[in-house]
Design a protein around this ligand. Sequence first.
Ligand SMILES: [Zn+2]
Length: 319
Amino acid sequence: MSALPREVVLEDVPCPCGSDAGDRLVFVGRDRLHDLPGEFAVVQCLACELVRTNPRPTRETIGYYYPSSYRLHQAPAAPPVAPKPKRFGAARRIASKAIDFRTKPLPTTEPGHYYEVGCGNGGFLRVMQEKGWSVEGLEPGETGAEAARAQGLDVVCAQLESAPPPNQTPDLVAAWMVLEHLHDPLSGLERLRDWTRPGAYLAASVPNIDSLEFGAFQGAWYALQLPTHLFFYTPKTIGDLLHRAGWELERVFHHRNVTNLVTSVGYALEDHDLAPQLAHRLITYPSRATWQLLATYPIATVLAALGQTGRITVWARRR
Ligand SMILES: [Zn+2]
């Protein structure tokens, strides 16, 4: 049992669906990303099936679990320069046409105003800018927001639940791996609804706890990332939450990517004190390594077709 650090305060919060039906305990886990102390219960609402970390660190004290090494808060080492020619360039181009690794699929619409919640250092804002969109972002981490602004991007440093409205009305709102981190995702999604026009798109990616990955690995599932992940969605529960906030779920994409799975095998080996060197290599497995993505692509494609990979992107329209 690993005691909770003194600077962390826990709060017990009901499910955002408002039911008093109670919860069932799913499992108890810990921080595996940074190995920080504390144990956290993950529970499921008996009424709406939404899974959440409860009790959870308060908004004021959860920063303890986002140490400065947290990947998305880091600024790029140097200003962006033209990419170096990559090895196997032609093979890569052919593969990228035939193979769908996308983790940020977007609805095909005419460029308009793009607003990204949790934009980090602005990498994807720049991608959208190059596609002809005007862009604007929100980033709670100061380092990331600062790095984005240093590139001339319009980025506000704030939490979604207390952020000022965007300068322009967005046609497309994106939240890549954000909704699982929010203390109040319902009010966050309601704010995004209030800032958009009917018919506007929302694209959001989240881990999918209703997957074979979670079923197989449980507490060793990489995407748990306790206690920074406060909610664990399924296609059904994210659809319900979106509906409650004024959005209609339109599509669910199961990512053809089993990066989580590789890392989870590492955690599982670690849990059983097996092959420590291999476990370490799997846990630190670089998620952008092309050959691993290619090698695992057939299994990822089958699992995605069955709706069983650990990450989804949803598209919703504002009502
Ligand atoms: Zn509920």
